[in-house]
Design a protein around this ligand. Structure first.
Ligand code: SAM
Length: 309
């Protein structure tokens, strides 16, 4: 995480910042205007998110969880070393953690079928209803790699309430936030759900105002050197379907000054993936100065604020 993986000089970066993984799937909604979209209530937004993730193309990207530098396989190792009594992965997707971490239960409201040796969710349900299944204060850890990204704030509050119910007083949430992108409001109209335009400032406000301490926040990336050949090719194919270029928000700098903040801004994802392929083939086109990472997310760790007596 403290490795510096992008050049300082902006001119050396190729200008290509695709909108994100969501472009590679069909956009199945088409709200006519922002007003119509804004009027959606929690249930409709949730159903739209479920329909979005239920699409077939989702298998291409969601199984990349394990290659993330903070919330990926390093987290699996950390949790297996610590051996907590109960870990709940909220929005587990194909259930990388449930498959690889002891005492971890994956919940998702989409019934993903097993793929890439991942077993799919253990419980199919909306995490906000977890009190119907779990005892209060039962979880040492909640993994939340995804659900924080779906807003607006009113949509997130039931999720935060559910996490307060589930966590032991000493418990911890480890999750990620997707940095906001310039054209998110327009894209929401045909995505059918609202992407939170996360920045460090917004995270600072929203979590602390709703009962959580931010214990750690910083940059995370996807480490291309960890991807097997086939997955690297899949990743390349997926990103090559994306052809729109915009930059990420400059306000998403990492708090930890040792981290290179620029990973959360723009850089050439496709060229970095191709470079990693060149490295594996010992191709003279390999450029050792190019990063072996691609921009990913803001990682965050939260604990419960102590209740006042
Ligand atoms: C971006 S995906 C990430 C999946 C997985 N954590 C990973 O990294 O591969 C977000 C997931 O959260 C699920 N999700 C979002 N909100 C949820 C909720 N309230 N209850 C259950 N699942 C939820 C979605 O269905 C989707 O599978």
């Amino acid at each position: 995480m403290t490795k510096k993986y992008l050049p300082d000089n902006l001119d050396e970066w190729d200008i290509c910042e695709p909108n994100g993984e969501y472009d590679m799937r069909d956009d199945i909604f088409d709200y006519k205007n922002q007003k119509e979209f804004d009027a959606l209530g929690y249930d409709q937004r949730r159903n739209n998110i479920m329909n979005h993730f239920f699409q077939e193309g989702v298998t291409k990207v969601r199984s990349f969880t394990e290659y993330r530098t903070h919330t990926g396989r390093t987290l699996a190792k950390r949790l297996n070393d610590e051996q907590p009594e109960l870990i709940i992965d909220a929005g587990c997707g194909f259930n990388y953690f449930g498959t690889n971490v002891k005492n971890c239960i994956g919940i998702d409201f989409v019934d993903y079928k097993p793929t890439h040796d991942l077993r799919g969710p253990d419980i199919i349900m909306d995490v906000t209803k977890a009190n119907t299944v779990f005892a209060p204060n039962c979880a040492d850890y909640i993994i939340c790699v995804g659900p924080f990204n779906f807003g607006p704030e009113s949509h997130l509050l039931p999720l935060l309430e559910s996490f307060k119910y589930l966590l032991k007083p000493t418990g911890r949430i480890v999750g990620h936030l997707r940095p906001g992108q310039i054209d998110d409001p327009i894209k929401s109209l045909y995505r059918g759900y609202y992407h939170m335009p996360w920045t460090l400032d917004l995270a600072g406000e929203l979590f602390t105002e709703n009962g959580f301490n931010i214990e750690w926040i910083g940059e995370e990336a996807t480490d291309l050197t960890w991807l097997p050949d086939t997955r690297l090719q899949e990743h390349l194919a997926a990103w090559e379907q994306v052809n729109v270029s915009v930059s990420g928000p400059p306000s998403s700098a990492a708090i930890d000054k040792n981290l290179n903040t620029k990973t959360l801004e723009r850089h050439d994802i496709i060229a970095n993936i191709k470079n990693e392929i060149h490295r594996r083939h010992q191709d003279p086109l390999y450029d050792s100065n190019r990063p072996n990472y691609i921009r990913s997310r803001i990682a965050i760790e939260l604990t419960l604020k102590k209740k006042k007596n």
